[in-house]
Design a protein. Structure first.
Length: 367
C-alpha cells in the first residue's frame, strides 16, 4: 500500500524518547520500512538531547522525514504524559504507539489498517507480538533470544486483561475517535497507563486480534539503567503500586455507584469494572499461590525422582555385593571341602603308620 501520503494521513505513529540514540534509530527505521505509508510520525523528545533525534531522522527515508513532527519538552512531562503530547500534535483516523526501543515487521500497519477497515465496529486491533531479549554492548544491540508473548492466546479480551496486561502498545493500532470518546492515557500515572487505557477500551468497545506470525516485537533488556532498561525493570516497584492503585480506583467507583443506587444493567462500563478487577486481583494472587505450589511439587518430584534413582542404584550395587558374597561363600565352602578331603586323606595315611608303631612297641615290651 505504499504511495504518496494524503493531506491528512490516516495513521499517526507516536514515538516517545529520551536520550536513547541506538534504539531510536532502530525505531525510526522500523517505521520507515512499513509497506503502508499513509502515515505521519510524531517524535516526542521528553527533555532529552536533540542530537539523538536528528541522527535518527538522518537515517530515515526522505518520505518519512517529510512527514515527521518533533515535539520537544524542555522539562520532562513523564513517560505516560508524553503520549498526549504526541496526540495533541496530530490529527488522524488511527494511531499507534511505537516506543523508541521496540520494532515492527514491515507489514504491521498494512495488516492492522486492513483489519479496522474490514471491521468498523472494532475500536482497536492487536497483532501477535513476540519478546526480544537483548543487551547493549560496545558494538550495539545484541539479541540473546526471542519467544512468542502469550503463545496460547488467540484473542484480546477484557477478562484476560483484568488479570494482566498481556498486549503491549507496540502491537496495537487504535481508532482515534474511540480513544477520544473514552479518554486517552492517564498522564498522572507514572506507569501502567497503557493497562488503564486497555481496560477502558475493552470495557466499551469490541477489538480485533491478528493471529499468525508476530508482526510486532517488544524488546526487553534486563537492566535497571534508565538509559537502556525497560520500565518494567527500572520501575518494577512503581509498576506494582500503580497496578494496585488502578484497581483501587475502579473499585471505589463501583462502590460509589452501588451506594448511589444507580442501575448496573449488566453493562461493562468503566465505572463498573471495580468488582471485576478486585476478583481478577484475587484470581491473580490465587494463580500465583498455585504457581508456587506447583514449583514446590515439581521440586519435591525432582527430589523423589533423584531418591528413587539413587535407591535403584543402591539396590543394583547391593545385588552385585550379594552376588560377590555368594561367590565368596562358595569359594570358602569349596576350600573347606578340599581341606576336609586332605584331612581325611591324611588320616587314612597316618592311621596305619601309628598302628604299626603301636604294635612294634607292644612287641618290644613283651620281649
Amino acid at each position: 500500500m505504499a504511495g504518496p501520503a494524503t493531506q491528512s494521513p490516516r495513521v499517526t505513529v507516536v514515538t516517545r524518547t529520551r536520550n536513547r540514540p541506538l534504539m531510536l534509530k532502530r525505531a525510526v527505521q522500523s517505521v520507515g520500512a512499513q509497506s503502508f505509508q499513509d502515515l505521519e510520525l510524531v517524535i516526542v523528545n521528553d527533555a532529552g538531547s536533540t542530537e539523538p533525534v536528528e541522527s535518527a531522522l538522518a537515517s530515515a527515508p526522505q518520505w518519512l522525514r517529510e512527514r515527521t513532527t518533533v515535539v520537544t519538552n524542555e522539562t520532562s512531562h513523564g513517560r505516560e504524559a508524553a503520549l498526549e503530547d504526541g496526540l495533541a500534535a496530530s490529527s488522524c483516523e488511527f494511531f499507534a504507539i511505537h516506543d523508541d526501543d521496540d520494532s515492527w515487521e514491515p507489514g504491521f500497519l498494512a495488516a492492522c489498517v486492513a483489519h479496522l477497515d474490514e471491521h468498523p465496529e472494532h475500536g482497536a486491533v492487536a497483532a501477535r507480538c513476540d519478546v526480544v531479549d537483548e543487551m547493549v554492548t560496545e558494538e550495539g544491540l545484541a539479541e540473546r533470544g526471542r519467544w512468542v508473548m502469550t503463545k496460547d492466546g488467540e484473542s484480546w479480551t477484557l477478562i484476560d486483561t483484568m488479570v494482566a496486561n498481556y498486549v503491549p502498545p507496540i502491537s496495537q493500532l487504535i481508532r482515534r475517535e474511540v480513544a477520544d470518546r473514552i479518554g486517552h492515557w492517564d498522564g498522572n500515572l507514572l506507569t501502567q497507563a497503557d493497562w488503564d487505557f486497555n481496560l477502558r477500551l475493552l470495557a466499551t468497545s469490541p477489538v480485533g486480534f491478528i493471529d499468525g506470525e508476530p508482526l510486532a516485537h517488544w524488546h526487553h533488556r534486563d537492566s535497571t539503567d534508565e538509559s537502556v532498561g525497560n520500565s518494567v525493570v527500572v520501575d518494577a516497584v512503581r509498576h506494582r503500586t500503580d497496578n494496585l492503585a488502578i484497581r483501587d480506583r475502579y473499585a471505589r467507583r463501583s462502590l460509589d455507584e452501588a451506594g448511589a443506587g444507580s442501575p448496573q444493567n449488566g453493562r461493562a462500563e468503566p465505572e463498573n469494572l471495580g468488582f471485576l478487577l478486585v476478583s481478577a486481583e484475587y484470581y491473580h494472587r490465587l494463580e500465583e499461590r498455585l504457581r508456587l505450589l506447583e514449583e514446590k511439587l515439581d521440586h519435591q518430584n525432582a527430589c523423589l525422582t533423584q531418591s528413587t534413582a539413587q535407591l535403584h542404584e543402591d539396590m543394583h550395587s547391593l545385588r552385585f555385593t550379594i552376588g560377590d558374597l555368594h561367590d565368596s561363600i562358595r569359594r570358602v565352602l569349596f576350600q573347606v571341602h578340599e581341606t576336609k578331603g586332605q584331612i581325611d586323606h591324611l588320616e587314612a595315611t597316618v592311621k596305619p603308620f601309628f598302628r604299626t608303631v603301636a604294635q612294634g612297641v607292644k612287641r618290644i615290651r613283651r620281649g
